[in-house]
Write a new protein. Sequence first.
Length: 207
Amino acid sequence: MAFGAEELRVLRRALALALNPRRASAEDVKDCHRLARSLDEATREGERLRAFLVADLGRYRAALPGTAAGYLALLDEALGAGHRPTPDDLAALRALRGTPEAAALLARCRTLNEQDMRARLAQGARTVPAPAVPHSRSRLVGLRGGVTAGPADTGATPGSRPKPGSTPQPRPAEPPAPPKRPIPTPGEVFPRRKPADPPASRELAAG
């Protein structure tokens, strides 16, 4: 991507405004927006050109080895437009590496692949989260004066709820035993009968 003299002036002014945005005027802001639109259009144009070159490169590669000269020239142009070599490109270059142009392009493609690999590894290393440090499992030591039984002694933590079945449930109260009845005596079981009056006393009472 190449910049003209006017675009370079606006770009230099935009960089100065990024360092000191309070000095920006309305004309400066308008020029920065115009430059941003030009950059977006150039980026889209570059993407369209790269897509056209990649499609044309596939047709030349399918017609190898008869199109070796055109394929090598087109691959060099596509690499300059931002194309990254594919496994098919590397296989075709290995088949054509008997020529100096193919050998040079093969070395260039390998260098580009190594650079992309290093960039991906560096990006992955920056995004990997740091391992969590486990909390200490050691118990706290009581200070002088002693400690009372608390959550540390009972295995519970402050604010935690006991798990179902982890604490013993209170046993229900047993009903009181019925009072024992005294054992009856033989006199109570077999009461004595009142003796009958003698016959003499009956005659006296009648006379």
